[in-house]
Design a protein around this ligand. Structure first.
Ligand SMILES: *[C@@H]1O[C@H](CO)[C@@H](O)[C@H](O)[C@H]1NC(C)=O
Ligand SMILES: *[C@@H]1O[C@H](CO)[C@@H](O)[C@H](O)[C@H]1NC(C)=O
Ligand SMILES: *[C@@H]1O[C@H](CO)[C@@H](O)[C@H](O)[C@H]1NC(C)=O
Ligand SMILES: *[C@@H]1O[C@H](CO)[C@@H](O)[C@H](O)[C@H]1NC(C)=O
Length: 198
């Protein structure tokens, strides 16, 4: 009888030790005791390595597009609000009341977002050729890698397409005209945007 108790105690101890080991070896607490620890902090920074994004590439279910929506305006370094109108045209406006500049930003993958014009219901998209447009339906052209640059501005690069191995970015010229992705560079201020509250 006592043997059994000792065994039971021993195994309980083992389980505890294992739990402790898991907890100590992992910087991010994966073992969640209650709901508040379950809720992972949302990374608005999104400075996560790109290599992790491969997974959800051909995801067919877009239910993830409904959660955790941030309503923002994308304010360019050159002081334009990015806008998407209902024809699918993307350009900039200085008018801070332009309803087409209100966007809904949703995380669709690690470091990858979808940006949807609230009033146009179109997704900010970069085609394979680097054209910037508002897509009616969510698709691979709408997957944008959001990254914080050193100056605190964000860049949005196509998560799908590259041109001569270089990334293609969402950009607005100094006159508020859309830039072709092939001409954009991460270091170029034309590709720098601040997500601001509408
Ligand atoms: C959840 O756990 C955290 C940290 O352990 C604690 O501060 C918090 O009060 C707990 N919340 C609930 C609802 O139990
Ligand atoms: C945790 O959250 C779920 C859903 O939000 C809720 O149904 C459940 O009661 C919560 N549990 C605790 C212990 O707060
Ligand atoms: C975002 O970045 C800042 C500065 O680099 C850091 O202090 C903060 O903890 C980060 N937030 C998240 C959610 O990662
Ligand atoms: C953006 O497009 C709209 C609609 O075509 C136009 O009225 C506006 O002048 C354009 N803005 C710029 C900065 O070119």
């Amino acid at each position: 009888m006592w043997r059994w108790t000792v065994l039971k105690r021993a195994s309980a101890c083992w389980i505890l030790c294992l739990l402790l080991a898991v907890l100590l070896s992992n910087p991010v607490p994966v073992v969640c005791w209650n709901n508040s620890t379950l809720r992972r902090p949302r990374t608005d920074n999104s400075t996560v390595p790109v290599t992790l994004t491969v997974g959800g590439r051909h995801v067919r279910s877009y239910s993830h597009l409904q959660g955790n929506v941030r309503r923002r305006k994308l304010f360019s370094f050159q002081k334009f609000f990015l806008r998407i109108d209902q024809t699918g045209k993307v350009n900039g406006t200085k008018n801070k009341d332009d309803p087409y500049s209100i966007m809904e930003v949703t995380s669709v993958d690690v470091g990858v977002v979808a940006v949807r014009g609230l009033h146009s219901a179109r997704y900010l998209a970069i085609s394979k050729k680097g054209e910037l447009y508002g897509a009616r339906n969510y698709g691979i052209n709408c997957r944008l890698k959001e990254r914080i640059e050193e100056n605190g501005y964000n860049t949005y690069a196509s998560a799908e397409w590259r041109y001569r191995k270089k990334q293609m970015f969402v950009g607005l010229s100094p006159n508020g005209k859309p830039l072709r992705g092939k001409k954009t560079r991460r270091k170029n201020m034309a590709t720098h945007f601040l997500p601001v509250l509408p």
